[in-house]
Structures are given as structure tokens and as C-alpha cells.
Design a protein around this ligand. Structure first.
Ligand code: INI
Length: 153
């Protein structure tokens, strides 16, 4: 059996987070950073980049995975349906872009982008009663870096 442990010591992370719906995304960011620190990641090994909206996340995430010192990129955003069909386009593009990057880059890329019907649901998932998806995306990144190291040729 091959597994990845949750020791983040010595791993270097990039975090891309959107400013759109910043009440939600700043909580996702706090959760992610808190998770990394509690699992042994040094402050100096975390690079945070803010982008305007979730649509812009894949562009910057790709730039970060190209940096040789970065082992994993955590993507954080909040796409809230509200009244506009814009939601479907933005949610679709960020999901596709991050997913393609995760498969194509060979590095760990995790997805902490909320797609919810309303602000209340987003708040529940960013430190409310449904936990913090930023924390979850950070934990998944630590596990995946260690897991990939353990799958040898
Ligand atoms: N960006 C988000 O991160 N969340 C949203 O809910 C959202 N909505 O609903 O419009 C949103 N739009 C902005 C988009 O991500 C881009 O920044 C913009 O289209 C410029 O490219």
C-alpha cells in the first residue's frame, strides 16, 4: 500500500487566491495557511498571490508551477451563482483550467474553489459549519506531494 503522510516540513507551496468575494476567499486563505503551518510548513515556504477573480486563477497557478522551487499550488476562490449566468462560465473555466493544469504539469495542484448558489453556503464552507475548504485543499496538497514522492519507478 502506498500512502502520503501529512508532514509538510521542507515542502514549498504557492497559493493563488481571488479577491472577488474576498470575505469568503480571505477565510479560505487563512484556513489554508493555518493548515500548512500546523503541518510543519515554514512561513518562508509559502508564496501567496492574489488575482482579481476566479477566472484568472489558472493563469497564475500555471506560472507558479513553472517555478522550480514550488512543489504544489493551492487554488482558492469563491464563485457564487447569485442571479447571473456569468457564474456558469466562470465556474466552468476555473474548474477546467485548474483540472488541466493538475493533469498536465506533473506537480500537485489542488482545488479550493467554492461554487455555491449563495453567499450563505459559501460562508458555511469557509470557516462555518461545513468546515473550511481552504484548509482541506492545503491538507490535500501536503498529502499529494508526499504521495507522489512515494510512487517510485
Ligand atoms: N469571479 C469570482 O471569483 N467569483 C464570482 O462569483 C464571479 N462572478 O460571479 O462574476 C467572478 N467573476 C469575475 C471573473 O472571475 C473575472 O475576474 C472577470 O470576468 C475578469 O476576467
Amino acid at each position: 500500500m502506498i500512502e502520503g503522510n501529512l508532514n509538510g516540513t521542507g515542502i514549498n507551496f504557492g497559493i493563488v487566491t481571488s479577491r472577488f468575494n474576498s470575505t469568503v476567499t480571505e477565510s479560505l486563505l487563512s484556513g489554508a495557511v493555518d493548515c500548512l503551518r500546523r503541518h510543519g510548513v515554514l512561513e518562508e515556504d509559502i508564496t501567496v498571490v492574489r488575482v482579481p477573480g476566479s477566472f484568472e486563477i489558472p493563469t497564475v497557478a500555471r506560472r507558479l508551477v513553472e517555478k522550480k522551487e514550488i512543489d504544489a499550488v493551492i487554488c482558492l476562490g469563491a464563485v457564487i451563482r447569485g442571479e447571473t449566468p456569468h457564474f456558469d462560465y466562470v465556474a466552468g473555466e476555473v474548474t477546467r483550467g485548474v483540472g488541466n493544469l493538475a493533469l498536465d504539469s506533473g506537480k500537485v495542484v489542488t482545488f479550493g474553489v467554492l461554487t455555491t448558489d449563495n453567499l450563505e453556503q459559501a460562508l458555511e464552507r469557509s470557516g462555518g459549519k461545513a468546515g473550511n475548504k481552504g484548509w482541506d485543499a492545503a491538507l490535500a496538497a501536503i498529502e499529494m506531494v508526499n504521495l507522489l514522492k512515494n510512487i517510485t519507478d
